[in-house]
Each structure stands twice: as structure tokens, then as C-alpha cells.
Write a protein of this length. Sequence first.
Length: 146
Amino acid sequence: MDLPNYHADCDANYLRLCKLMPELASNHSWRYRMPECTLEVSVVERSRYTTEVSLLACSGSEGAKQWLTPPPITVRLYHDARMAEVVSVDGQGPVGGDGLNFRYPNPAMHNEDERQQVNRYLSEWLAHCLANGRAEAEIQLGGQRF
């Protein structure tokens, strides 16, 4: 594993997620509409030093899953280290091998650098969301929601 690049991806992912999740301490969920789908980000678990969030991309039309829709991703944010790391993809985790006694093929069919690949993928996906996503927000005026 290329540790300096891996840490750089995790650092960048933390900063990107912080931009996508303003007021993380008080909010629980965020939605972003993009041309190809809607991204839903929600807090799964909070603790003193970490926050675990789920990223779910929904296709534009109800009931029809687009073939390029990203899988659900669970990410853990480490606030003291200011890093974010993918912990599961499509409900499958932990991601990657243990790095010590890595053998391929293995029962989960993980690649040696799979952890680095999914964090790089998250980095590219978050950059796309920041460049193309538009936040959906509820506005309340005079007791009415818009």
C-alpha cells in the first residue's frame, strides 16, 4: 500500500465531507441533487472522536436503478486526525485485506490494494458531488415549508 497517497486521500475525503455536511454536530442528514442522481448523506453513529456516515445515491426515476449508480458507502470520520476512511461498500466490510498475511485468492476476493482503491473512488465521487451537486434544503417561512 502506498501509505502517503492513502493518507492524502483520507485527508481530502475528510475535507470534502465537511463541505458536504455543514453543521455536522447538529444536523443528521443532507441531500444533493446531481444530473444523474440524488445523493443522500446521513449520520449512522456519533461518538466523541468519530462520526460514521452513509452515502446513498438514488437514481432519478423511482424504482429504476441506473447501471452507473454508485453503491452505498459507509465512511468513518476521525475528527482528531481529520481523516475519513471507507469502512464498507454495498454493505460489505471491512474493506480490503489485513495487509499482513495477504493471499489471493481469498474467501472475500479482496485485492491487496482494495482499501486504497475504494478511498480513491470516494475521493473522486465526492469531488464530483462538490462540482455538480446542488443542496436540497427545506425552508420554513411563516409556518409553511418549501
